[in-house]
Design a protein around this ligand. Structure first.
Ligand SMILES: Cc1ncc(COP(=O)(O)O)c(C=O)c1O
Length: 372
């Protein structure tokens, strides 16, 4: 069989398609001599708010800060609890910790791997102030149920939309449901910068004003500091690049959907793996395509031997990370989350990946499991 390398992620096809536009954007910002909070950030914020069907978008230095500033905007304080999915990337919980509050971990649904609304209610205590649903792997969470629970218990909702730019719930974009939503433009994200970047989306004028202040030293007017803010701004260069990426995002998400559907079709008959399931009402933009298998390590090595790169999102759940040893959890505390961490494998997927590459990955998987 053909052993041409299949990388996990290759930026080249995307970069080549926008090369001229990117170089022109670089030159435009370079020649403008204006690098922080200028025309490009303003324009990107307007365009990104339109894309997410919200009133305001506010650029930040990265996704973690976008989450943290959203929590600050709703007034999260020490002593508060915030519900997060147990199987998210650690940034979601760290933002809560940095805001001085306690992340309360909630198990995901065993099929969609997104936070299970049926289990959220059991996590609510008198200290709970907010729920942070994460649209993990690119799939929208079950937002009707989550918004309903939040309303019933008078809780804020902050969406973690880092992995799902362009996904929808009942046709409405993720990032437009919560009081605020945070996203990341880390290079590998569906809309990735050439460096770090992030944004908050909201339709609340009050929250928008607050995060605008918070990201810029608490200041609207230079050297007039209304509150104690931080420095977390999207820069002009990244904003200019992201404007070009945003124009391409829907087409590139369609390619991701095409690749994911091809995986799902080609792998449907393999008994030994669990494929991702998309909830009724949700759409997925496939930030990553994850399968579960009890033979993960063997499969990963087998594919690597055949020049196919895969990744694990994520190998150690937050509650078992050293960083959160202080929360006192033991193995077994979150069985679904631990099962996912022990068996998940992300297959190669990126705009520009060819059908032949997808088929090659699938053929190797079929052969591996035929002999398993
Ligand atoms: C779900 C999730 N939340 C938050 C973040 C944080 O984003 P950043 O790396 O831009 O700080 C990431 C990505 O890294 C993520 O995947």
């Amino acid at each position: 069989m053909n052993h041409t390398p299949v990388p996990f992620l290759d930026f080249t096809p995307m970069n080549e398609r926008v090369r001229e536009k990117m170089f022109a954007a670089f030159q435009r910002v370079y020649d403008s001599n204006w690098f922080i909070l200028g025309k490009e950030v303003d324009a990107f914020e307007t365009e990104f708010a339109r894309f997410t069907q919200t009133t305001y978008a506010i650029g930040t230095g990265n996704g973690l800060d976008a989450l943290y500033l959203s929590l600050k905007a709703i007034g999260i304080q020490p002593g508060n609890e915030v519900i997060v999915p147990a199987n998210t990337y650690i940034a979601t919980a760290l933002a809560v910790t940095y805001a001085g509050a306690t992340p309360v971990m909630c198990e995901p649904d065993a099929q969609t791997w997104n936070i299970d609304p049926k289990k959220v209610e059991a996590c609510i205590t008198p200290k709970t102030k907010a729920i942070m649903p994460v649209h993990l792997y690119g799939q929208a969470c079950e937002l009707d149920a989550i918004m309903h629970i939040a309303k019933a218990h008078n809780l804020y909702v902050i969406e973690d939309n880092a992995q799902a730019q362009g996904a929808t719930w009942n046709g409405k974009p993720t990032g437009s449901f919560g009081d605020l939503a945070a996203t990341s433009f880390y290079p590998s994200k569906n809309i990735g910068a050439y460096g770090d970047g992030g944004a908050i989306t909201t339709s609340s004028e009050t929250f928008a004003k607050q995060v605008r202040l918070l990201r810029n030293y608490g200041s609207e007017k230079k050297y007039h500091n209304e509150i104690q803010g931080i420095n977390s701004r999207l820069d002009e260069m990244q904003a200019a690049f992201l404007r070009i990426k945003l124009e391409a995002l829907e087409a590139w998400n369609r390619e991701r959907v095409h690749i994911a559907n091809r995986y799902t079709q080609n792998l449907a008959d393999i008994q030994h793996i669990q494929l991702p399931q998309v909830a009724v009402g949700a759409s997925a933009v496939w930030h990553v395509y994850v399968i579960l298998t009890s033979q993960r390590e063997k499969l990963m090595a087998y594919l690597q031997d055949r020049n196919i790169s895969t990744m694990i999102h994520y190998p150690i759940p937050m509650h078992l990370q050293k960083a959160y040893a202080g929360l006192g959890f033991k193995k077994g505390a979150f069985p679904i989350t631990e099962h996912i961490a022990d068996s998940c494998l992300s297959l190669p997927l990126y705009p520009g990946m060819t059908d032949a590459q997808v088929d090659l990955v699938c053929e190797h998987l079929v052969t591996f499991f035929r002999n398993a």
